[in-house]
Design a protein around this ligand. Structure first.
Ligand code: GLU
Ligand code: ZN
Length: 494
């Protein structure tokens, strides 16, 4: 039997880490089994639907290089793959359930339902939910309601006795007493829109889905779906509910932990390969050691039995580390191409770098490569080079345990040492060694003497190593900046 799985998001928000993890697990499982991966858009909730979310879904999967075998845009034999284009079908199947005695029309007004709920709460009844008022209406009563022009909903007849069990690959058998299942949930609303349960089950069946891999929060819907499959006389698929994605504090991953939308990660300059690799390791592992996997490797190696039962932890620091590693693996040329848009956006360059600037840019790429966690780090790191920053405020020149006067004096000495080295045919690295020695001689931490130099050259306290900074700026501009800083500090200490 060919494996067929699906990712079935509702386009009601941006794609987030949890959703994408579900998509990846489905995709890799399908590929590893030589099966098919289907994309289905569950847009039955028209109030929460947005075009932006749908576009974001497509953009995200494209960016990650996840291609679907059947679905919107590409089509396929079981389309359409957008639920709002399948409404006739849901109506047909819902009516069939009524005819077969598994579902019924309910004409209750929302006022009546509110009243029932209020009474249940007031009497502290253990029974909460729809009171099944319309479950046994006589044909005469139904005719009466129809005459009044009331548009009914269709509800599922959930058995009131017995129990329902479904099997989950990871969790084993999950059993629920039928009396604890939501009493007769709505399948079709009065405006003809299906609810999630109806559309989801019909589509999974008609699209030939063999395995359902979805978030654990859908487990409570499991028994209800099994009842629906039974009512239709269909064989349910295999279930595999995926472990939750948590933050490091053990709480469900949310905005409180940091960005969760893939768009944010993309904009900050995470690489799709790194995100894909890391996210696949949240709740899955190949063995206890191996961490690096290319997409192609995961397409072969992914194994559903290695999904963990316990929640997966999404660790932002670990993702940063992965991203840094992936950046280091890029060629200088590719990295340059990837960094350019960030410099353009920061206004450091219009279009491409040309001439001298191009050479500088290439040098810069080599210098930043070992230091970038995310591509957007380039903006801060390259600020000194593509702008002519004002001399920083005096306090910035002062490292811990230093004061303004000693910082000024340190910079005077730094400059003397740099000049005497360079004038005597030595390199900037030689000057750095002498500055380090000078710090020892005067009994000051290296930071104390390098901070003033760093701030003079870059107007920032976090930068590339001094020699890279100097080489990128060139002698003339470096001297000019040091002198401008000295002039300002001189006035301040007087
Ligand atoms: N549309 C549902 C969601 O957004 C799909 C759940 C399922 O996979 O059955 O998560
Ligand atoms: Zn009713």
């Amino acid at each position: 039997m060919e494996v067929k799985v699906r990712y079935a998001p509702s386009p009601t928000g941006l794609q987030h880490i949890g959703g994408v993890r579900t998509a990846l697990f489905n995709y890799f499982f399908a590929k590893s089994q030589g099966g098919k991966f289907i994309l289905r858009v569950e847009d039955t909730d028209q109030e929460r639907y947005s075009d932006e979310s749908l576009q974001d879904l497509y953009d995200t999967l494209e960016w990650l290089n996840i291609k679907w075998d059947e679905g919107p845009v590409v089509g396929g034999p079981n389309g359409p793959y957008i639920q709002s284009e399948r409404f006739d079908l849901y109506q047909k199947y819902a009516k069939q359930l009524v005819e077969d005695g598994h579902a019924y029309y309910c004409y209750c007004s929302s006022e009546r339902l509110d009243e029932v709920r209020k009474q249940q709460q007031e009497s502290k009844s253990s029974y909460q939910g729809y009171d099944r008022h319309c479950r046994n209406l006589s044909p005469e009563e139904i005719a009466e309601k129809e005459k009044e022009g009331i548009k009914p909903v269709i509800r599922l007849k959930v058995p009131t006795e017995g129990k329902t069990t479904f099997h989950d690959v990871l969790m084993g058998d999950i059993t629920r007493k039928n009396k604890d299942i939501s009493p007769d949930p709505i399948l079709l609303k009065s405006d003809g829109f299906p609810t999630y349960h109806l559309a989801n089950v019909i589509d999974d069946h008609l699209m030939g889905i063999t395995h359902i891999m979805r978030a654990q929060e859908w487990i409570p819907s499991g028994p209800l779906h099994i009842l629906l499959y039974k009512a239709f006389g269909w064989e349910p698929p295999v279930y595999c509910h995926l472990p939750m994605v948590m933050g490091k504090d053990g709480k469900k991953l949310s905005k409180r932990h940091g960005s969760t939308s893939v768009r944010d990660f993309r904009e900050k300059g995470y690489l799709p390969e790194a995100l894909m690799n890391y996210v696949t390791l949240v709740g899955w592992s190949f063995d206890s050691e191996r961490e690096f996997f290319s997409q192609e490797e995961l397409e072969k190696l992914f194994d559903i039995t290695k999904i963990s039962k316990s929640p997966g932890i999404f660790d932002y620091k670990k993702l940063d580390w992965f991203n840094g590693q992936y950046i280091r693996m890029m060629s200088d040329e590719d990295l340059g191409k990837a960094l350019l848009p960030y410099l353009q956006k920061a206004g450091y360059v219009d279009g491409e770098f040309i001439g001298d600037k191009k050479a500088k840019f290439e040098e810069l790429v080599v210098a930043v490569k070992p230091r970038l966690k995310v591509l957007s780090d380039i903006v801060g790191l390259a600020y000194f080079l593509f702008t002519t920053p004002e001399v920083a405020p005096a306090e910035m020149f002062v490292a811990k345990k230093m004061d303004l006067k000693s910082s000024y004096e340190a910079l005077v000495k730094d400059y003397e040492i740099i000049k005497s080295n360079l004038d005597n045919g030595k390199s900037f690295e030689d000057a750095e060694a002498d500055i380090t020695q000078m710090a020892k001689d005067i009994g000051v931490k290296v930071n104390g003497v390098f901070t003033p130099l760093r701030v003079a050259l870059t107007s920032t306290t976090v930068s590339l190593p001094m020699s890279d900074t100097y080489n990128l700026l060139g002698k003339e501009e470096s001297y000019r900046r040091i002198e401008a800083a000295l002039k300002m500090l001189e006035k301040e200490v007087q």
